[in-house]
Design a protein around this ligand. Structure first.
Ligand code: ZN
Length: 150
């Protein structure tokens, strides 16, 4: 949680001043993930989703987004693309917020390489007969935030 690229899920967890380096890294993360974010915003507009910004992350939900998320190869309650999180509805956006914020930070680090890296790892795991979703290191990191830490 000490990473400057950590995106808090609620105001109570909002870090104070990130320092100049942290602020620059966050700005670079927005730029680096920008192409993904722009495509996601366009998809959200096309699907007529409702937009809300929560702590620097755009959350988009609506019935057509819910329909798309439910038809994915791994049906999802929410999905992150750049600094955008799509959710079936506000309730799901809230429940999945900690998990999806980890993916936002991953996009900020990996930028245009995030989706290829994610898909490559999933395909590689599937090819070995393993779980390409829960076995994916990006998902392992994201699921870890909601696990109790003693
Ligand atoms: Zn995930």
């Amino acid at each position: 949680m000490g990473s400057p690229l950590h995106y808090p899920a609620d105001d109570a967890n909002t870090p104070g001043n990130r320092g100049w380096l942290g602020t620059v890294l966050v700005a670079l993360g927005y730029l680096w993930a920008g192409p993904n974010t722009i495509v996601a915003v366009a998809i959200g507009l096309l699907l007529g989703g409702r937009f809300e910004t929560v702590n620097g992350v755009i959350e988009i939900e609506g019935s057509r987004i819910a329909a798309v998320l439910s038809r994915l190869p791994v049906p999802a309650a929410a999905m992150t693309v750049g600094h955008v999180v799509f959710g079936r509805d506000r309730g799901w956006l809230q429940v999945t917020r900690n998990h999806e914020r980890v993916h936002v930070a991953q996009y900020a680090k990996w930028g245009p390489f995030f989706i290829p890296a994610y898909l490559f790892l999933s395909a590689w795991l599937y090819a070995q007969g393993k779980d390409g979703y829960r076995g994916n290191p990006f998902e392992i990191e994201a699921y870890a935030v909601d696990e109790p830490k003693d």
